[in-house]
Write a protein that binds this ligand. Structure first.
Ligand SMILES: N=c1c2ncn([C@@H]3O[C@H](COP(=O)(O)OP(=O)(O)OP(=O)(O)O)[C@@H](O)[C@H]3O)c2ncn1[C@@H]1O[C@H](COP(=O)(O)O)[C@@H](O)[C@H]1O
Length: 133
């Protein structure tokens, strides 16, 4: 999947300097980031509407449009696909660690050595990780 997105991204970069009369990408990019963001949002809404309608084939088609418009916006902002992959890997690692952390505070022995009361151990990082749905 990352290969096809990277190919698409390179095609977008190559198209942005073409004649806007011949290339829709060049035309879209000449219209500025506001227009690109609008196209991206429209495609996202179309994906959502088709999903609610249960039209899986339409979701596939609109997803391809959505990814194209995302690639256009990345190109405009000089974001490379690798930047996004790196962030995804960072989260994968972080959430992988989160899965190994206890879900609730771990109770230690009520009385430690010398009769000192133990306190629950709470994984500090656990608090900063939000669950995604
Ligand atoms: N992969 C895509 C691609 N996917 C989706 N789209 C755009 O998504 C829109 C989907 O078609 P619709 O008929 O739904 O469009 P629309 O929203 O009604 O029409 P517009 O508002 O865009 O005119 C098209 O207008 C395209 O602008 C794409 N446009 C270009 N590419 C690739 O981008 C590269 C550059 O292509 P050019 O833009 O033709 O130079 C090439 O590799 C193309 O294959």
């Amino acid at each position: 999947m990352t290969d096809s997105i990277e190919r698409l991204y390179r095609a977008v970069l190559a198209a942005r300097d073409l004649d806007p009369a011949r290339s829709r990408t060049a035309k879209l990019m000449q219209q500025g980031s506001g227009k690109m963001a609008k196209k991206l949002a429209e495609e996202a809404i179309e994906v959502a509407i088709d999903a609610v309608s249960g039209d899986a084939q339409a979701v596939v088609r609109e997803s391809a449009d959505l990814i194209y418009n995302l690639a256009v916006l990345w190109a405009e902002l000089d974001i490379r696909p690798e930047d996004v992959w790196r962030e995804m890997e960072r989260r994968e690692l972080l959430l992988g660690i989160a899965e190994k952390l206890p879900k609730s505070p771990v109770k230690v022995a009520k009385a430690g050595p010398g009769g000192v009361q133990g306190r629950p151990i709470v994984a500090a990082d656990n608090r900063t990780i939000r669950k995604r749905h």
